[in-house]
Design a binder for this molecule. Structure first.
Ligand SMILES: C[S@@+](CC[C@H](N)C(=O)[O-])C[C@H]1O[C@@H](n2cnc3c(N)ncnc32)[C@H](O)[C@@H]1O
Length: 226
């Protein structure tokens, strides 16, 4: 998802933009992004099955790992530009611990909170990237979830239309990338996507939709002239 949305390429000068996952769960997206930002090779901290097969040569593999580690850049104490939040404080706790284990705890700021209420984590607009709950495995929580009986449709339609309203009002200049199996999501959000990338989430066919939050796109209907 990170590679597909182009976040690792940065802006026109190659500078990384802020990255925010407002439904971060156990923190995978933020942690992978932080590892990219710190130039940590994927899988550097894990073991692989091929290490048990011949003609595996431990000294060759160790040298490859050492040279990869030598170019990794631990966070330099600068303010993080990678953020994650989740309505479940238990998940935020998991995410924090996972980031510690992955060696990037200092590079990410995790918070609790409802995606429908959280304000941008930074003044500089950036990229939101998320695989939100879509009912098949994980239900919507927070404001929309508690109003489930009266307001939430089975497919999370109400959550997504509220999310779009929140983004339009508060996230001008950001781009929001959403992974979903629901091809009708743009309609539910009343937004036109600027990109649609086919992806598979395990066995589930999905699209990664890009929505651009344009400044001034939302008119205050109470002040609108007839
Ligand atoms: C499909 S999971 C995300 C998985 C995540 N990418 C990971 O690495 O674990 C969806 C997440 O959305 C969270 N969620 C549900 N409703 C939410 C809301 N209103 N605001 C923020 N997060 C919410 C759930 O707690 C769950 O962790």
């Amino acid at each position: 998802m990170l590679m597909a949305c182009g976040w690792p390429d940065g802006d026109e000068n190659g500078k990384l933009l802020p990255l925010y996952d407002p439904c971060c769960g156990s923190g995978t997206i933020a942690i992978e992004a932080a590892q990219m930002a710190c130039n940590i090779a994927p899988g550097a901290l894990r073991r692989f099955a091929f290490e048990r097969y011949l003609p595996f040569q431990a000294h060759v593999w160790d040298a490859i790992k050492e040279s990869a580690l030598a170019v990794s850049m631990p966070n330099t104490g600068e303010k993080p530009i990678i953020f994650g939040s989740d309505v479940s404080h238990r998940m935020v706790d998991f995410a924090q611990r996972n980031a510690q284990r992955a060696g990037v705890a200092d590079a990410i700021e995790f918070r609790g909170g409802d995606a429908l209420q959280r304000m941008p984590p930074t003044d500089t607009p950036g990229v939101m990237l998320l695989n939100p709950p879509y009912g098949e495995r994980i239900a919507v929580g927070g404001v929309a979830g508690s109003a489930r009986e009266k307001a939430v449709t089975e497919d999370g339609g109400e959550f997504f239309s509220q999310l779009a309203t929140h983004w339009k009002k508060n996230y001008a200049g950001w781009s929001g990338w959403i992974l979903t199996p629901d091809l009708k999501l743009p309609g539910k959000m009343h937004l036109k996507e600027s990109r649609r990338i086919p992806l598979w989430n395990g066995p589930i066919e999905c699209r990664l939709f890009r929505f651009d939050m344009v400044k001034g796109a939302v008119r205050d209907k109470t002040k609108a002239t007839p």
